[in-house]
Design a protein around this ligand. Structure first.
Ligand code: FE2
Length: 457
């Protein structure tokens, strides 16, 4: 071959190699959405708004909310507040409206926070329920009584279809209202709430009345279907300057969780099984390093996961382990170091987090080879790894985290700084349809869709 021919041949090879690289880059690079919008100002809805209306009758139950009350979905914890007196902690319930042939007795508690005194907070466990059944329930007495209903999940079964909603960092602005209203039209059956609820701690001296208004705000959904609670940084409420030195005080008084059913020692980390899903809730702001109670519990709970019965393994936490936004960058890094190898080993399907007020979804990647001296500093594609999704875009008063890193990391599949919520439709043991729904012009606009193939089956 002549020198010219050899040169031409090398040039052609180089040319095709460059084209190949461009194609690979197009296939695997992520999308940074250019959509930006803040439809309403990030300020809380006024307290005298109808969105926070107090029920009319004297001492009527308000801020009604339910959550799963056991490991497998045959129990519900009903919670509510009465403001002017302890009232009754009893729940009447049954399978027909106006025919309450069962009753359960709960307990009430209250707390003070600086100069705020809470109402009477009632928690009542309804257990021994039948799966896949609609129950009506009634709380309060006489003219003040109020009635609601909920649907229990199907029995634990690998092919039981079920739809979860995912909401984070909700707060109580008009953007929050938009998120909530859109979620309620989505067909979601249970909310996986990834932390930062009321943002009451943003008020000077910490305004407990904003916990109460938030309770009334979300009642329209959470009185009728369980929300699974994860604690965020706005729930810590550590205020030594106000003489408040315990942590998570209002959250723990207001939001019961079924932690004992999963052998946890704290309401802040626990697990439930629901339909075809095993859901693990972690606390980003409680000790989790090696040998701590949360570390021990997670190690044991992961061993209890039975993918033959619950194929979908989902983890919730507040601070994301992977985040390419400038907001809260690397705050989840210490938990990533503590737990990521377990998540890969147990083939977790998806990890939902909040905290960052924007939306982001990763590819399946891991960074478990990095051990300080290995030099393998970058996350790499890993088929056994979870997908990481940040949904901290509920719409609270702190506004959006609009600044993503200028160059989108290879691991980031889609990111957008606007408000919304997600839905995860588990279809059977092998497939689930996931989408993120942007709040836009009063309509629900599905923006990011992906079909998940189960990591076990
Ligand atoms: Fe947060």
């Amino acid at each position: 071959m002549s020198k010219v021919a050899a040169l031409q041949s090398s040039f052609h090879l180089l040319f095709f190699f460059v084209i190949f690289l461009c194609l690979v880059n197009t296939i695997f690079s992520g999308v940074t959405s250019s959509f930006t919008r803040s439809e309403w100002p990030a300020v809380d809805i006024p307290l005298d708004s109808k969105e926070f209306a107090v029920p009319n009758n004297q001492n009527a139950p308000q801020q009604v909310h339910i959550t799963q009350g056991d490991y497998d979905g045959k129990a519900v914890i009903v919670s509510w507040v009465t403001n002017t007196g302890p009232g009754s902690s009893e729940v009447l319930y049954g399978k027909s409206q106006n025919k309450y042939d069962h009753g359960a007795q709960g307990k009430s508690t209250n707390y003070t926070f600086f100069d705020y005194k809470s109402g009477y907070i009632h928690h009542c466990l309804l257990d021994g329920l039948e799966h896949d059944t609609k129950y009506y329930y009634k709380i309060g007495t006489g003219d003040s009584a109020r009635e609601f209903w909920f649907q229990t999940p199907p029995e634990i079964n690998p092919d039981a279809p079920y739809t979860f909603g995912i909401i984070g960092d909700l707060g109580q602005t008009y953007n929050s209202l938009s998120t909530l209203e859109h979620y309620m039209q989505s067909g979601g059956q249970t909310v996986l709430f990834v932390g930062d609820l009321s943002y009451a701690d943003r008020y000077e001296c910490n305004n407990g009345t904003r916990w109460d208004s938030w309770g009334r705000f979300v009642e329209r959904s959470v009185a009728y279907q369980p929300w699974i609670w994860t604690a965020g940084n706005h729930e810590i409420e550590y205020r030594p300057d106000l003489g408040e030195v315990s942590t998570f005080k209002p959250f723990l008084h207001r939001h019961a969780t079924p932690y004992e059913a999963s052998q946890s020692s704290s309401p802040l980390w626990y697990a439930i099984r629901r339909a075809s899903a095993h859901i693990i809730v972690l606390s980003s702001y409680s000790p989790f390093v090696v040998y701590t109670p949360q570390w021990h519990w997670l190690r044991d709970e992961l061993k209890r996961v039975d993918r033959e019965k619950t194929p979908w393994l989902i983890v919730l936490m507040h601070a994301p382990l992977y985040n390419s936004n400038e907001g809260h960058y690397m705050e989840g890094e210490s938990m990533r170091v503590a737990f990521e190898s377990w998540f890969v080993h147990y083939k977790v399907d998806v990890i939902f987090a909040g905290h960052v007020h924007a939306y982001e979804r990763s590819y399946r990647i891991s960074n478990i080879n990095y051990n300080i001296t290995s030099g393998s500093r970058y996350p790499v594609p890993d088929k056994s790894a979870p997908v990481y999704i940040t949904v901290g875009d509920g719409g609270n008063q702190e506004g959006l985290a609009v600044r993503f890193s200028e160059v989108q990391p290879d691991y980031s599949a889609f990111r957008e700084a606007s408000y919304g919520h997600s839905t995860l439709e588990l279809k059977n043991r092998t497939h689930a349809f996931y989408r993120w729904n942007r709040n836009d012009d009063g309509k629900q606009v599905p923006t990011d869709n992906v079909i998940f193939h189960n990591q076990y089956w």
